[in-house]
Design a protein. Structure first.
Length: 110
């Protein structure tokens, strides 16, 4: 891992601690795509210009917003799905996906 990547990872993990965020990774494509659809159906808004997501997409990112909560969703063909945001929101999703949350970034996408 390069110096710049290490710096970005460290900075992001400090934000996790400060804001009580967690990350769920890796999320397989079918589950990742389904969780985006379910959140939009539940009233979450996609903040970025929507681009069609495909399993072969090199990199895709969006923010889902509902009230004061923001979930950042990232897909990379190499590392699969990543979602981070408030622990209070992602704990239930983590249990549903059967993927544990973490306060550290296991694999970098930047």
């Amino acid at each position: 891992m390069g110096l710049f990547t290490s710096f970005k990872k460290s900075r992001l993990e400090r934000k996790f601690k400060k804001n009580e965020w967690v990350i769920i990774q890796p999320i397989p494509f079918s589950q990742f795509e389904q969780l985006i659809v379910e959140h939009v159906d539940a009233g979450w808004e996609i903040e970025d210009d929507y681009e069609r997501l495909a399993e072969t997409t090199a990199k895709w990112q969006c923010e889902l917003r509902k009230g004061t909560s923001i979930l950042t969703c990232i897909w990379t063909a190499k590392q699969q799905g990543i979602i981070y945001g408030p622990e209070r929101v992602l704990t239930g999703l983590s249990e549903k996906l059967n993927i544990p949350t973490s306060a550290t970034v296991a694999t970098t996408w930047f």
